[in-house]
Design a protein around this ligand. Sequence first.
Ligand SMILES: [Ca+2]
Length: 683
Amino acid sequence: MINILFHSLELVFKNVFSSYSEIIRRFESDSTLVCQHVELWAGFGTDSLFMKKLCVFFLGLVITFSVVAEQKLPNILWITSEDNGPELGCYGDKYSKSPSLDALAAKGMIYLNCWSTAPVCAPARTTLISGLYPPSTGSQHMRSNTKLPDRFKMYPQYLRTAGYYCTNSSKEDYNLTKPGQVWDDGGRNAHWKNRPNGKPFFAIFNHTISHESQIRNQIPAANVIHDPKKVRIPAYHPDTPEVRKDWAQYYDRITMMDARAGANLKEIAQAGLAEDTIVFYYGDHGSGMPRSKRWPYNSGLNVPLILYVPEKWKHLAPVDYKVGGKSDRLVGFIDFAPTLLSIAGIKPPKHMQGYSFMGKYASDEQPYNYGFRGRMDERYDMVRVVRDKRYIYIRNYMPHKIYGQYISYMFKTPTTQKWYDLYHAGKLNSAQSKFWQTKPAEELYDLENDRDEVNNLAGSKKHVDILNRLRKAQQAKAIEIRDLGFLPEGQIHGRSGEDAPYQMGHNKKRYPMEQIMSAAEKASRLKPEHTPELIKLLKAKDSAVRYWAAMGLLMREEEGVNKGQAALQTALKDKSPEVACAAAEALGRYGKGRAKTAAIDTLMKYADVSKNTVFTSILALNGLDYTDNAAKDRLETINQLPSKGAVTPARMGNYIPNLLSKIKTDLGGTAEVKPKRPRRNRK
Ligand SMILES: [Ca+2]
């Protein structure tokens, strides 16, 4: 009975006033008016004493219930900025001007060791939205599209069930199809202000003004405030006026972004919601400068995270929360979804792979942060990384590829072009040169003493125990999450069929991961003693094992290809196009005579996207590109190759045209950027 009365009254009040707080405010200022509305609704006379008493009684109930309802869940505001690391005043960067975020940090807390899990937009945002490592859902490639198993939801769906009004203004960029309605509102105008009365909100505002693309354009003179002469140039970049200008503009963009973040905070304060709103500010991955964005070094993965928990909600704060404090806890995007659910009092579902760092279901601190790199636009790569508080371990599963593979979009930044030119002019020192060379299988850096990660300790006798411990952690995590990166991208889709890649990956028959990973280990560790076994593995039953066997011979360059030439020639006819393409790239680059010609034939066959999947075509075109001039006499046919297939997967439209344009330019002799054979760097 009380419930019915309460709800009826609630409805009436909600129609008359805009929110519970409005009712309370209006009741305090004009109780007679409120009574009049109730009386009108109830059909009583305005002078009924009984009605006035009843009205006051129920109003008391409404206010009590609504205050309780309002206090049950805090609002949550996420301010995110594109492509920026912790280059902020509050992180001790004296060159940076970031007053609004510094003020937020002063009343909240900063995280020193927050990782974006992926060093580039889409996979980083895919981690956030799913609470899963993208390699376990096959969504690690930039950009791509896969799906979640039916029973998994994206975090806003859990929050909405708990009563939150969820808005995202406005970037999504997920590599996963949305399982139904995810947001209450998205797009540029999505805003917490539009929430229904009485609902708590979860709102994201994403600022693109600090994005990579904004480092290389013109900015208004009034915003040019950072002096290029005074900017710090990391040890891996050449110190030139072009590089200084880009870095200085990066800082100018941060200041411009800071003002927008300040406006988001002001809006909350002006609405009187500052003490009801938990705030996260974070960057979506490291700086848009080359070798930060896209590379899973700490410089690409370390992002600022500022957390503000109002006094009223301090019972939800992390255990180490201290106003104006700094936390060195290792946290990452993988932890954000479970943390949000934990703040909302929802137990994070078991399938989520991170750990909540605050709220009702806060977990203990974890010993490691993990990260990864997959395909970046049109270039394949596979890197997995792990860090503890001091060291970062990097595992390069495709060490034969140079760090700075040509990516059309990245070469638009003047720094990238200048850096490349100076390398080929022989004007760089060894730390600056590394980016244009092939990789070692393993890297280890001491973040305490080598912030630019240029002194690789993987071969240091003093660091053997650390290396072994981190290597083990990396391998264990890959197995735990059933990392699908050990499959060529086409096979992630091919083996999954109609199922989600996650389901396929968790089925040991469909994805015999241990066998495949073992082949990848042997291939990429580059040890000569594994060469005979790799040749044998070219006949293995599983096509991904055969793929890594061919890749292992390719990685060993002339030596591997000479020893495995006959087996590689047979592999050109493998029923798996990925195996054939890997064998063809090996023979196309390091083979001789007829074997080399047959290899180019194979690559040409698979390069045609109208007859193959886009994944196969990307593999084949990369192979062709890396054979340098071996395909020169095919230029006419290459000119005829289609840039679009019958089905071009969403989000992958540019990659084939980019590759074709690069190959044609190179072979036509008018190359803007003509890659020379990379130098080896395996010490
Ligand atoms: Ca970004």
